[in-house]
Design a protein around this ligand. Structure first.
Ligand SMILES: [Zn+2]
Ligand SMILES: [Zn+2]
Length: 270
């Protein structure tokens, strides 16, 4: 997380806002007006300007910038009121008591920046996790519009919130590895143990990992080479399945390999 503390960008080190022990979670906001994209060295100027406009708002009578944190398009988190301070941004005192407020420096559609870049989504997530870690924020992640009549935080951010505010590029579960039986047999019959040399068939690793999980092969021997140790381990697997003699010679066959793959998450092809 790239976090800029209040004192690092020209705000009084401590917020004058009321203390709060914890919240049920965090609400996400945007600026609600057009916002031109800008260079990162200008982002903190903008946050200070937001604070100045809040302090000048005699109707709301803010003691400080209304948000607990703000996040620029480059993913930097600016400390607003910070953790353990009641926000002034959620609409009513009751709503301010139950959730923190994090604001994206993001504008309305129709000019400027209105769709959150990945870096900003990471930054928002960083800010939410920071408020959980340091401010006892609960698990809820909502939008300003939840429970209050406003379009904030805009449709793009609200969709993200409704999705659970995932980190972008979050890696989907890894695809199931495929092991080609004929290439595996070829590796087992021609691969002598040759530590440090290139692996002839990458599928060997999935088989070795499965043999490791079965307690038949040591971690140090999971090296991608179907050498004598792996052959010995595979023979033990075959014996475990009830094979003996030439049927337990350590060279993989379709049935034994399929059973190993079923147990340890790889698919066997020819
Ligand atoms: Zn809002
Ligand atoms: Zn920035």
């Amino acid at each position: 997380m790239d976090l800029i503390r209040r004192s690092q960008y020209g705000l009084p080190a401590t917020s004058a806002a009321s203390p709060i022990a914890k919240t049920r979670g965090t609400k996400v906001h945007y600026l609600g007006s057009a916002y031109p994209s800008r260079r990162h060295d200008l982002c903190d100027d903008y946050v200070r300007a937001v604070r100045a406009s809040h302090l000048a708002n005699t109707q709301e009578n803010y003691s400080d910038i209304a948000y607990n944190a703000l996040v620029c398009e480059h993913g930097t988190v600016y400390e607003g009121r910070g953790p353990n301070r009641r926000t002034g941004a959620n609409g009513t005192k009751a709503l301010n008591d139950t959730h923190y407020a994090v604001c994206a420096l993001l504008g309305t559609p129709g000019g400027g920046l209105s769709s959150p870049p990945d870096a900003q989504l990471h930054g928002l997530r960083d800010a939410i996790e920071w408020l959980r870690a340091e401010g006892e924020a609960g698990d809820e992640i909502l939008g300003h519009r939840d429970g209050h009549p406003t379009s904030c935080p805009g449709d793009a951010l609200y969709d993200w919130v409704r999705n659970g505010a995932p980190r972008p590029g979050a890696v989907p579960p890894p695809a199931k590895p495929v092991v080609d039986l004929s290439r595996l047999i070829s590796a087992a019959t021609v691969d002598p143990p040759k530590s440090g040399t290139p692996v002839s068939y990458a599928g060997v690793r999935a088989v070795e990992a499965a043999l490791l999980a079965e307690g038949l092969l040591a971690q140090s021997l999971v090296d991608g080479h179907f050498g004598t140790s792996t052959i010995r381990a595979y023979a033990a697997w075959q014996r475990r399945l009830g094979y003996s003699g030439a049927a337990a010679d350590g060279i993989p066959g379709r049935t034994s390999l399929t059973r190993l793959g079923t147990a340890h998450g790889f698919t066997v092809i020819d």
